[in-house]
Design a protein around this ligand. Structure first.
Ligand code: XLS
Ligand code: NI
Ligand code: NI
Length: 437
């Protein structure tokens, strides 16, 4: 076990009155909420890419945070050195899960064969650490967007051999995810979209994407991988338009290509806002379709509008997320995965702890508040009451398909005018929510 943080031990829950920075004020893993522990509801997960590979570079400047465990190392040596540190951080935070891309745990080799060998070396170390700590793999994925060969996309590349290389990478990533007992596998369409329609055969590209995903489903069956597949919507960045642009677009695509039985959605807050939606909206769309799988917990900066992947600290946001999650049965295979990174100016390794503690506490509060709102019942009663006209008489008759345009035409002529509308009471409901926050 590494010991890069000798002054930090396994974080404790100290309660809301605590003034200890490196402790949980709200996340109390064993506390029971709606019949399950907080740990079971939230299924927190830490990501390898931002936590270990993020060094603060952006398009205007280089790295600001070279970690002490990275210093002087490169290639496979660097990759090896990072594994125990990652697990030290995850363990001290009490993270039950983690997630990674093939190429953030291990480097690109000169050839695909060498890349696969590097990956195998690191996977052996990940496995050891999983066994030592009991931390499990929430999902694995293949990074199909950094290498220059994926400049036009992977599954949607106009170059069939690039498609083949993407497929080869997914094959290997599925094997290692399976080997590590991963509970899921995610597809985020990094560059699966276009920069200009002048050079793009959209129909053909989307057909290819579906073919690619079907191949993954088939291969999973072949190797006995039973984890849940996810598709992660995002409308743009780095492309101008990404095909998996939002929850509704993904559901439509999955349905059109007979993939819906095999996939659920992994929704990310910052992607929702890039798509012009709230996270609550995206979760509601997925939940209603029975496809709410997992969430990438983060938040954007509304003044910047980029995918800034900040740690979520807004209690309204986490309350909304957990209200929808509880409504649709939570995250049985997925979890609350912190696809979040510390700011470029937050250069101390310790900031990684403050960041995750903030996110975990914010979600714990969201969970507790959501459960309290549900137990109180006034919000749900209001919504139920708002639709009361559908629970008897004419409403039931329409819902059950017993009415036609002709019968409703006759009804309306007879009636003269519809029953008066009731107030939507938005402000009353906003105040009600604030009673709990
Ligand atoms: C990028 C995505 C990515 C996925 C995994 O914006 O969020 O990190 O979660 O490939
Ligand atoms: Ni993500
Ligand atoms: Ni993102």
């Amino acid at each position: 076990m590494s010991n890069y943080f000798p002054s930090i031990s396994r974080l404790a829950y100290e309660g809301p009155k605590s003034r200890t920075a490196l402790a949980f004020k709200h996340y109390n893993p064993d506390e029971i909420v709606e019949g399950k522990t907080m740990r079971e509801h939230l299924r927190f997960s830490i990501v390898y890419w931002h936590t270990m590979c993020g060094q603060g570079a952006d398009m205007f400047g280089g790295p600001t945070a070279i970690r002490p465990w990275d210093e002087g190392l490169s290639g496979l040596d660097l990759a090896k050195a990072r594994v125990p540190v990652f697990f030290e951080i995850a363990e001290k935070l009490g993270m039950p899960f983690y997630a990674f891309h093939d190429r953030d745990v291990a480097p690109h080799g000169q050839t695909l064969r060498q890349s696969n060998e590097y990956l195998d070396t690191i996977v052996a170390l990940l496995k050891e650490q999983q066994q030592r700590t009991g931390i499990r793999l929430l999902w694995g994925t293949a990074q199909l967007f950094v290498h220059p060969r994926y400049m036009h996309g992977a599954a949607t590349s106009p170059n069939a051999e690039v498609f083949a290389f993407g497929a080869a990478q997914v094959k290997k990533a599925l094997e290692v995810t399976h080997e590590l007992g991963g509970e899921g596998y995610t597809f985020w369409g990094g560059r699966e979209g276009y920069s200009t329609l002048w050079n793009t055969d959209m129909k053909r590209e989307v057909d290819h994407l579906a073919k690619f995903l079907h191949m993954a489903v088939d291969y999973a069956k072949e190797i006995g991988f039973k984890g849940q597949f996810y598709i992660e919507p995002k409308p743009k960045e780095p492309t101008k338009h990404q095909y998996d642009s939002d929850a509704a677009a993904c559901l439509n695509f999955l349905r059109e290509y007979d993939l819906l039985p095999h996939f659920k959605l992994n929704l990310e807050t910052n992607h929702a806002t890039l798509a012009g939606h709230s996270m609550q909206h995206e979760m509601e769309v997925a939940g209603a379709a029975g496809a709410l799988g997992s969430i990438d917990a983060n938040t954007g900066d509304l003044l910047l509008g980029w995918d800034t992947d900040q740690f979520p600290t807004d209690i309204y946001l986490t309350t909304q997320c957990m209200l929808v999650a509880l409504k649709y049965g939570g995250f049985p295979t997925g979890g609350v995965n912190f696809d979040s990174k510390v700011r470029r100016e937050s250069i101390d390794p310790e900031d990684l702890f403050h960041a995750h503690i903030g996110g975990m506490d914010a979600f714990a509060r969201g969970l507790r508040i959501a459960a309290a709102i549900r137990a109180d019942g006034r919000l749900a009663d209001f919504v139920k009451q708002r639709y009361a006209s559908w629970d008897s008489g004419l409403g039931v008759s329409i819902e059950q398909g017993r009415e036609t345009l002709a019968s409703l035409g006759a009804f309306a002529l007879e009636k003269g005018e519809a029953r008066a509308n009731n107030s939507g009471r938005q402000e009353f409901l906003e105040n009600l929510i604030n009673e709990f926050i």
